[in-house]
Structures are given as C-alpha cells and as structure tokens.
Design a protein around this ligand. Structure first.
Ligand code: CAA
Length: 389
C-alpha cells in the first residue's frame, strides 16, 4: 500500500481551514447577527481578512498576493460563510471581480490592479448584470465607444455586489451591438473615475451585510489601456470567469449549510422534550443524517470542481455549474431543515439558523440561476464533454 494519502485533503489545505476557522470564531461570527440586523458592511470581517491575507487569497504571488490555489480559496470562502455569508462575499467577489484581469488582462493591467487588490487598497466588483441582462447576459445595453485616446462608457449595471465599497470594477459593455456576444468588451473602471455613481442599497432577504447596488456610468472616460483583453473578447472572458467562480458560490453554500448543521446538531443534543434530548428521536436523526449526507456530497463535488479550476480541465464548465447548482440546492434544503430542528426557536432572530436560511437562498440565484446552470450543464453533456475522472 502506498503511504500517499488517497483522496484526502492535503495537510496544507487542512491547515488553511484551521487558520480561517480560528479567525472566523474570534472576529467574524460574533458580529454576524448584528451585521444582518443592521444591514451594515462587515467591517470587522474586512479588517480581519485583510490582516490575515484571506482578503483576496487567490492573487498570484507574482502580483504580490499569497497565491492560494482554487481549493484553498474555496476553503477560505467556505469557512467564512459558515460564520457569515455576507462576509464571505469579500474574498469571493474579490476573486470574481479581478479574475477577468487575471484571465485576459495585459501584464500592465495585472501588475496595477491585482497588485492593488493584493495590497488591500480596495475590493474588486464584477459588473455584468443589467436591468435587461440577467440570465441573458449577452443582452448588454451599457455602451463603450472609442473617444479620443480612450473609451467612453455609458449605462447602468444592476445587482452589483459590494458596489460602493469596492474601489475597482470589471465592467462589461457593448462595443459593437451588431455582433451580440462577440461585440462585448471588458474594462476596468475605478470608483474615483468621473461619472461613476451608485444607487441606493437594495433591501434584500439575506446577505444584508453585503451591499448590492446599481452602478451608474455617466460619460465615464477611461484610458485605452483599461480594456481587458481585446475588443469583443469581453463575453468570453466573463463566461470563463464564471466557470471558475461558480465554485466559490458552491463553497459559500457548503459553508452556510455546515454552519446550520453544526448548530442544529448541538441544539438537538441539548433540547429536551418527552423527557429526553430530541436527538434521541429517530425521526429527527433521519433528518440530521440526510443533512450531513448532502452537505458532504456538496463539499466533495465542490472540491473536485476546485481541482478542475486549478488545473484548467476541459470539463470545468460542467463541474463549475454542477457544483454551484447542487451545493446551493443543498444549502437551501439543509438550512430550512435546521430551522425545523429548532422549531419555534429556529423561526426567531434569537438563533442564527433563520439568517442562514435567508442567506442560503441567494446561492441558488446569483452567478447564474440554477436554471442557467442546468442549461450550461446540458450543453456540455450534449457536446460530449465528459468528466475526465
Ligand atoms: N467559456 C468560454 N466561452 C464561452 C463560455 C465559457 N464558459 N460560455 C459561452 N462562451 C462563448 C460561446 O462559446 C459563444 O461563442 P461562439 O459563438 O464562438 O461559440 C459565446 O460565448 C456565446 O455563448 P452562448 O451562445 O452560449 O451565449 P448565450 O447568449 O446562449 O448565453 C448563458 C449563455 C449560459 C445563458 C449565459 O448568458 C449565462 O451564463 N447567463 C447567466 C449570467 C450570469 O451568470 N450572471 C451572473 C452575474 S455575476 C453575479 O451574480 C455576481 C454576484 O453578485 C456575486
């Protein structure tokens, strides 16, 4: 028998989990209820993640980052989400916003913006969605036109996570409407660029600590070198980005589901009815068993997908969509069942599971609804792209 551990998490990844969990327990979890209640940005989490290099861990070392691989990044996001889903959007959206630069940007753009992100000079948001471009992401109405020695951007982006907080924005815009998806280009826009402004924060069901706002681009003039990749390459870069980052949403889903399961297990052991802990009731045991089984299946699929992201495997598109879709459906089911385990208490804000349930819902919606994930998976299957495991 080989002494190489077969199909288990490498020691360094286990160490990452332990380190992040310690930070979450000390600095993030204690504020999660208040952040939700007050719908305020989790500044304590921001500061703690920055101080410990978990703010944008995916940034490669050559640009000043710590160069966490896709699996380590997933573990960071999972652990933060276990404590507070809103806070987990800090490392997740920093990856989403900056990955287009990493995938398609010039060397100068990478040095400048990945470097700034690694130094913690600001968060990085991703501006693809618009009022009429949600699932139909290619239906971009925001325009970018050549103007003098640069580009002039006009339009409205909607549902932008961490808008207003972020300093940097990847913005998708139409440069040639005749060409639909091939006429879309990607740009870096800075919060301080003249003509950039933000709408009122959306009043949401969950992830209340993560601001979601519109981003208005009103005659925003940016230099020519802010384009990411070539003109017309934006949609492809945006889709490639999502192949990698849908796995980070799966990680959020696994994290919040694990948080809810952990809470439900402790509660079931302590809460007594009919003269014994409710955990002794077989009906409840079956519920807890299903919760544990599904969280573990979601985690395994998410980690397998992270491995594919790191290697750039050809079945990444399928796995990214599958992990996001499966894990988010599990998160919804598990958090609803955690509320059920706690009964009436679970339905109140005195316990964290109702927040987890509200937060879980978004993972079925953003970075592509689970209906879109099924379109993506079906297209991959029909094109004959199979798992290489
Ligand atoms: N990698 C590389 N190229 C890709 C690609 C991928 N994964 N997916 C599509 N493309 C290319 C295609 O190959 C195609 O090029 P060709 O014509 O040369 O073949 C081109 O892009 C257009 O692709 P489609 O014809 O598949 O485009 P479509 O209009 O049918 O749309 C879709 C496909 C999957 C529905 C896509 O629009 C989509 O993913 N929609 C959901 C959008 C989404 O996920 N938004 C999330 C917003 S971000 C967010 O939510 C963040 C947050 O808050 C945290």
């Amino acid at each position: 028998m080989s002494d190489i551990p077969l199909y288990s998490l490498p020691e360094e990844h286990q160490a990452v989990r332990e380190a992040v969990r310690a930070i979450c327990d000390a600095k993030i979890a204690p504020h999660a209820a208040e952040v939700d209640e007050q719908a305020r940005y989790p500044q304590e989490a921001h500061d703690a993640l920055l101080a410990t290099d978990f703010f944008a861990p995916h940034v490669p070392e050559q640009y000043g980052g710590v160069g966490a691989d896709a699996l380590a990044t997933v573990i960071v996001i999972e652990e933060v989400a276990r404590a507070d889903v809103s806070a987990s959007l800090i490392p997740a959206v920093n990856k989403l916003g900056s990955l287009p630069v990493q995938i398609g940007g010039s060397e100068e753009l990478k040095q400048k913006y990945l470097g700034a992100l690694a130094r913690g000079e600001g968060c990085f948001s991703y501006c693809l969605s618009e009022p009429d471009a949600g699932s139909d992401a290619a239906n971009q109405k925001t325009k970018a036109e050549r103007s003098g020695d640069g580009w002039l951007l006009n339009g409205t982006k909607r549902w932008i996570t961490n808008a207003g907080v972020s300093e940097f924005y990847t913005v998708l815009a139409m440069t040639d409407p005749e060409k639909r998806s091939k006429g879309i280009s990607a740009f870096v826009v800075e919060k301080s660029d003249e003509g950039v402004s933000f709408g009122a924060p959306e009043k949401k069901l969950g992830i209340k600590g993560s601001p979601t706002r519109e981003v208005y681009l009103d005659n925003v003039h940016i230099p020519a070198d802010r384009i990411i990749g070539d003109e017309g390459q934006g949609f492809e870069i945006a889709m490639k980005t999502l192949d990698h980052t849908r796995i980070t949403i799966a990680a959020q889903a696994v994290g919040v589901a694990q948080g809810a399961l952990d809470y439900a297990l402790d509660y079931a052991k302590e809460r007594e009815q009919f003269g014994r802990p409710i955990a002794d009731q077989q009906g409840l045991q079956f519920l807890l068993a299903d919760m544990g089984m599904k969280v573990e299946a979601a985690r395994q699929l998410t980690y397998a997908a992270a491995g594919k992201s790191e290697r750039g495997d050809k079945d990444l598109t399928f796995f990214g969509a599958a992990a996001k879709c499966f894990a988010s459906d599990v998160a919804m089911e598990v958090t609803v069942n955690a509320v059920q385990v706690l009964g009436g208490y679970g339905y109140t804000r005195d316990y964290p599971v109702e927040r987890m349930m509200r937060d879980a819902k978004i993972t079925q919606i953003y970075e592509g609804t689970n209906q879109v994930q099924r379109i993506v998976m079906a297209r991959q299957l029909l094109a004959g792209i199979q798992s290489n495991i």
